[in-house]
Design a binder for this molecule. Sequence first.
Ligand code: ADP
Length: 695
Amino acid sequence: MTILAQTSLLSALITGSIAFSIFLRGRRTKAQSYFAYFNINLCAALLATFLISLGDLLGSIGLHSLMLLSLGLPVTGLRFFALFLPDLEKAVSRMLGICYPLTVVFAGIAVTPLSRNLILLSAHIAYVLLIFTLCFLFIFLRYQASEKPGERTRLRPVGYGGFIVITLIILDLVSYQLDWPYVFLANIGLAVYMYYTLQILLTVHAFDISELIGKGVVLGVLSFVLAMIFWLLTFWADTKQIGSFFFSVLVASIVILILYDPLKHEVEARAAEFFFRQKRELRILIERLRRDLVNVIDLEKTARIIVTTLERSGRATHASFYLLREDGSGYERLSWAGKQPIYLIEKGRHASFLQNLQESLGPVIKQDLEFRYTSSLFHLRGEGENLHEEERLLEILRTLEQLHADYSLPCIGSDQEILGFINLKDDRFEDSYSQEELSFIMMVAAQAAITIENSRIFEQVKERERLAALGEMSAGLAHEIRNPLGAIKGAAQLLDPKNLDESDREMLSIILEEVDRLNSVVSQFLDYARPMRSGFELTDIHQILKRTSQLFDAEFADTQRKLTLHLDEDVPLIYADAEKLKQVFINLIRNSLEAIEENNGHIAITTHLTHEHEAPYIELIFDDDGPGIPLAVMKNLFIPFFTTKDKGTGLGLSICQRIIESHDGTIQVQSSPEQGARFVIRLPVQRTPPPRIDP
Ligand code: ADP
């Protein structure tokens, strides 16, 4: 077999497998599909070239097939390469418009004896080569005009590579005519070019050239080593004896299957060592950074260390770090280097960007988004649903612009929440970050996420300790107030009112009254500060309600005021602290009593058994027809010491809330000026006693 036959067969196999590998993928982009069609066309043309090299009858069949098949190439090729030139859509479709009639003309020539005419044959070849030359010229021009590093990285190999392949094909044709020994170069060049173009298409993430070359080398070395093993294990077998040959092929296959994984790993590791040596420095830097971060708890410092290290690594001209705000409304810039980016990334305004960050759970890469945006413009223009996608991509790109970022790497918390993100951009290099570099930086982001979480826990613990200390101090303070209060009251009571004149007597009664009031505030405060949930027993809520309402009987007597109970028979006994609930009911009824008219108000207490998400709970509704609660008061209702009454303590409702929450329930207020106030308590039906929390 001649070298031309071998190389065309090899290239046919490679282009064929490229197409096959694309078709094997479940979901393909339009670009990938077009690329697959182009490769099928190429594969067929290369097989025809293979036939030509066999000569004789097969050779002439091959020649005619090659002529016909090569006419498909400008069309399939144009369709594919046009994807790199979305803004030249019109020019490309005009070129396609010229291609179709020319294809028919040349096809007509190819099947007639005219095909032997050297001038017509040259015109045929020139036409095919010219279309591709134009194609690569456009790509090259776009490469030169483009200012986006990402796009340049993609266009450069496609454009330059295309020119090299065309040169090789011309050299090939000349060699063929003049009998030079270079006739195989075009085939090899074509296969390599197709392989790299496939990588560019399949790699949605960023890549750089050394990474691509690395991949090619891994593939080459791996195939060579495996072929050697196969050859070593089968060359001694007698090919004429099918049984023995099959046996050695079987053994060879088993050996290859066993060796494949470790071998691939080894070759990849070696290639990485060789090709990514310059990245080792970055890796060392990043590893040091990660170690440093372990000992830091202060977030500002964390942000500063990350940003300065990334800037000093020489791989970023702009870097910034954003942190989730405590109220969750957005992300705030903590530190930056290079041009100053936007201060706040709000959840509403930058929703698309944040959603992308959340969904990808990995780096958001501007170059990929641009690629997706331009290809979505090209393929999908006019289809309504994709307009939305275009807008979304544009919005994300706009946010990245404001962040001065080509890359955004999220710091993901343990519950998949984005706690912050790191942004990077490098103006100096055209080559983007490699996957490996990005994975280093992702490690930093992961470490930062841990630091953020640790710092939050630390802050919470600090806050809890502070509150606990404050609680203890104020409880102590309350006791300190109560003791002298007792003494003051005792001393005042020793004064005999009979010996005092009118005004002194009044002073004395004020002293006693205020002492009592202060005492009640302090007692209520101590109640509020005391841990809840101690005496949970099986309790009849209705029983407590009835007994509590009886306490107010005297206040309803001799007036038109009414207190009515509407109790639902189905309400079961629940585990609760009866004394505490009584305190809640007293507070609510007292508030209502104070709100309704002296002579003719109405208070109604209603109970129900209801279900929410299958779980049963008891609803207690306290209605009154008083003036209701103004909005301004409503907002502060459950805040301790908030009161609108001259002699109120403002602790009643906050104590109620604490008690109800200790029963895992809720208390809500609804009010409108015409209808008075309504307090709704919901208590889950607890059939087993909850864990005790002793004071
Ligand atoms: P206090 O009764 O000592 O003022 P609370 O915490 O019990 O403390 O009540 C806080 C405030 O809520 C009251 O001062 C009052 O303005 C308002 N409020 C409570 N219940 C009612 C009600 N039923 N109708 C109107 N206002 C109410």
